[in-house]
Design a protein around this ligand. Sequence first.
Ligand code: SF4
Ligand code: SF4
Length: 195
Amino acid sequence: MFELLDNEELYFGDCKNCQAKCCDGREGIIFSQILLDEFENIYKNFPIVFIFGELNYAKPVVLLTNGKTLCPYNIDFKCTIYEQRPNVCKTYPLSANLDNQIYIDKDCPQITTIKDNTTPLSKDMKLSSYFQNDIFGIYQEKYIKTHYEFDILEKNDFKEVININSMAFYGYFGSHNSKYLEFHKSSLLNLNKYV
Ligand code: SF4
Ligand code: SF4
């Protein structure tokens, strides 16, 4: 569960001591919302699909797991596409947010208050240099740009392409076109890795 980063002095252990909890569908990891900037980096490896929230807006998400197993790119508890992994994987256990504040998932088992043999993570709501990422300060602006890119699409032009744990994920089959919709359509070939 993500919570707002607070004043606590935190450190990070080592992912080698964990069986890739953050890549595992059995731990509830299934998808993450993405920004326009990420489409080109991830469409060859992952399905980029859409969900509809309470306000019925189409939100693009990357499908990370099928809800039953590890991400298909996790072998022996290691990421095999480290350089191409989505932003959500790059920032975890931290997360950027629409309010431009930093959130942390304390369910990550390697977050600790112990200094010895660990890496500084945060203190007084500020990240150490090891965990800095530009996205934390500009997420809101990029989120809004992403929202308006798909806001013009008709909901009737979306069709369910996969259902995971009773949650529907949609593809766009209408006549509108853009480079992002092209990335989306090409990415659907990756759905066969998620059945
Ligand atoms: S980031 Fe946390 S949950 Fe993910 S592999 Fe490392 S220790 Fe495990
Ligand atoms: S891309 Fe890599 S880090 Fe991200 S969920 Fe898959 S295996 Fe884990």
